[in-house]
Design a protein around this ligand. Structure first.
Ligand SMILES: [Cu+2]
Length: 166
């Protein structure tokens, strides 16, 4: 190999390196959440959206949430409802206790409508007002079938789904 071809190879390698770097910089994730109380970005974050402009259209964007069991995860709940009367939370509960947990939370407005002593509650977020994202972390339970609801008064009948750990 003569000096000229070696020089060309080195020059080419530097050029490729720069291209790779600038390409990577363009791939930064863009968050659509307009307001975040705190921002925790990890690979173990579960992104959930609550939506619907009124009580007949309110829903979560997932019917089933499937996560690894006994693992620390962060939940990011974004409220995309457009009416200020539609705050939402997400409450992970024992299967079959949606109504009990919802009713039990009615007198606990100061705790996001969740009774802090409710043994059927596995974990819950705070209330996300419209346009907000609320974050919280918890350790998922042992493998099994659970449920999730929004416990804001009157919401858990429609805002619910299956929570599966495996
Ligand atoms: Cu709700």
């Amino acid at each position: 190999m003569n000096k000229l071809s070696l020089l060309i190879i080195v020059f080419f390698a530097i050029g490729c390196g720069n291209n790779t770097k600038s390409g990577f910089e363009n791939e930064e994730p863009i968050s659509s959440a307009p307001i975040a109380k705190s921002k925790i970005i990890t690979t173990d974050t579960l992104y959930i959206v609550a939506m619907g402009e009124n009580m007949s259209k309110m829903k979560f964007n997932k019917k089933v949430i499937r996560v690894p069991s006994e693992k620390n995860i962060t939940v990011a709940l974004t409220n995309e409802s457009t009416d200020a009367t539609m705050p939402h939370n997400i409450v992970f509960i024992q299967k079959g206790y949606a109504n009990d947990v919802g009713q039990g939370g009615l007198s606990h407005k100061d705790n996001a409508y969740v009774n802090p002593n409710d043994e059927n509650v596995i974990a819950h977020s705070g209330l996300a007002q419209i346009g907000e994202t609320t974050y919280f972390s918890f350790k998922t339970p042992k493998p099994g079938n659970y449920e999730f609801i929004c416990s804001y008064p009157g919401h858990w009948g429609l805002m619910k789904g299956e929570f599966i750990t495996e």
